[in-house]
Design a binder for this molecule. Structure first.
Ligand SMILES: NC(=O)c1ccc[n+]([C@@H]2O[C@H](COP(=O)([O-])OP(=O)(O)OC[C@H]3O[C@@H](n4cnc5c(N)ncnc54)[C@H](OP(=O)(O)O)[C@@H]3O)[C@@H](O)[C@H]2O)c1
Length: 216
């Protein structure tokens, strides 16, 4: 595929960081994003040392002004590939323990932010990849707000796919990924990243990565 500028939200760590290294090694220019300057700076240096190109932008997706700045910057940088990866992972709390803060931040960061980013960048985009979760397909106990945000993202995306878009949309539904060594029974992050890339360049619309079955 031709080389493009890629915005990967939430690339200061976890899956986003692995995606950033992978796409950079394929020759794409990366716009890293997160809230942690030190982590972003160190990843940028790491990518540049390996002979590839990266920049970063700091933005709290829970802050309207930051989100608007991220969209404006990415638009002006002519981003062609958007990977909506940033997300608040599940706090594993029963609904009775969920506070207003958790409700607001989970819905804003996991659902509203990716929708607004697609909306603002859509004029330039060739590919959109939304990192959803198996919890966006299967309801699970103690996942109320996480499930609400990810089911919302799936509904939004599946409806958007029915429109006449100039970009392909890939939704990714993984189970547990080994983004930290301590995660048990988790899928190899390199396998996950490879599968996401292959599905994206093949213009697939959905990728279910179920680590509970052998041949995911
Ligand atoms: N890991 C898994 O097993 C798994 C399974 C299924 C789905 N997923 C999905 O995969 C995506 C990545 O998960 P992960 O496990 O890699 O998570 P992670 O290690 O916690 O990383 C989350 C990333 O999102 C960013 N982020 C979180 N809140 C933010 C905010 N308010 N504003 C800006 N950036 C924010 C973080 O940036 P800072 O650190 O700079 O704040 C970080 O870069 C998520 O959408 C998650 O739902 C993960």
């Amino acid at each position: 595929m031709s080389l493009n500028k890629v915005l990967i939200t939430g690339s200061s760590g976890g899956l986003g960081m692995h995606l950033a290294k992978f796409f950079a090694n394929k020759g794409h220019e990366i716009i890293l994003h997160g809230r942690d300057k030190e982590k972003l700076e160190s990843l940028k240096i790491n990518i540049i040392r390996s002979g590839n190109k990266a920049e970063y932008i700091i933005a709290d997706l829970n802050n309207e002004k930051d989100l608007a700045n991220l969209c404006e910057y990415s638009s002006s940088e002519n981003v062609k590939i958007l990977i909506n990866n940033a997300g608040i992972i599940c706090p594993n709390l029963s609904f009775s323990k969920i506070t207003d803060d958790i409700i607001d931040s989970m819905i804003v960061v996991n659902l509203i932010a990716p929708i607004k980013i697609i909306n603002k960048l859509s004029g330039n985009l060739k590919y959109v990849v939304n990192i959803n979760s198996m919890v966006g397909i299967e309801a699970k106990k103690n996942r109320t707000l996480y499930a609400a945000s990810k089911w919302g993202l799936r509904g939004f995306s599946n409806s958007l796919k029915m429109e006449d878009n100039p970009y392909n949309i890939l939704d990714v539904y993984p189970t547990n990924i080994k983004t930290w060594p301590e995660r048990e029974n988790a899928m190899d992050v390199n396998v996950v990243v490879n599968k996401i890339y292959d599905s994206m360049i093949s213009n697939e619309e959905e990728l279910i990565l179920d680590g509970r079955i052998n041949d995911y």
